[in-house]
Design a binder for this molecule. Sequence first.
Ligand code: COA
Length: 209
Amino acid sequence: MQTKIEKISPLSALALNIIEEVPESAVDFLSFRERLSYANISRPDKRVEWIAARIAINKALDCISLPYPGFFKDENGKSHPMDGYGYVSLSHTKGIAAAIFHKEMPVGIDLDYIREKVVRLGPKFLDHSEMDFLNNCPELYTTAWSAKESIFKCQGKRGVSLKNNIILEEFSKEDKVIKGRIYGSEYSDHHYTVKVEKEKDVIMTYTIW
Ligand SMILES: CC(C)(COP(=O)(O)OP(=O)(O)OC[C@H]1O[C@@H](n2cnc3c(N)ncnc32)[C@H](O)[C@@H]1OP(=O)(O)O)[C@@H](O)C(=O)NCCC(=O)NCCS
């Protein structure tokens, strides 16, 4: 994937950040609390991923002319702006980080490498009806996993199971948008639209409105 910053609308933007070496000065924009969190991450690869996600959200905010407010995590691990305005979601994995912001609506974003083994893990996160149209295809399974993670992050509460509470409508490799729904939980009947982007062996999904 390539680094990008995209204004989705006047209210929303996303950024994808290829992870490179981070100079110490790169953390200057973080809030005091965030610098403490950052200092407590011991694994060097996780530190770099963590900061790359914050650099991505900083760039996304800049693109819609908003200052970086600092973010705190709630009891579920979901980040929220310290100033109480807007919604954010972050994802990071080996070599890449992404972030999305919306001024008014909850958002979710997820990045995943396409892996063969995801097909074997299918029964852990998919309903039978979904496996019927995914055809044992690693790309489609990764897309389904990622879309469910984006929906999960958008709603943000633990206790929502990817397998039992998030269901996707049938989609194929050509589809750039997937529909999904949360059911059978106290957050039931929320409908989601998820954008899919693929580059080489990486799938990125994010919720749109
Ligand atoms: C929390 C979870 C969504 C994180 O996803 P991940 O693929 O491990 O990691 P990502 O890099 O994509 O995302 C990490 C970011 O998610 C965000 N996050 C964590 N918990 C969250 C929550 N409850 N809601 C929204 N966002 C959350 C955080 O910002 C985190 O980044 P940070 O630690 O740097 O702040 C994931 O671990 C999870 O719990 N998934 C759903 C549960 C499930 O059913 N899993 C098993 C099925 S087999």
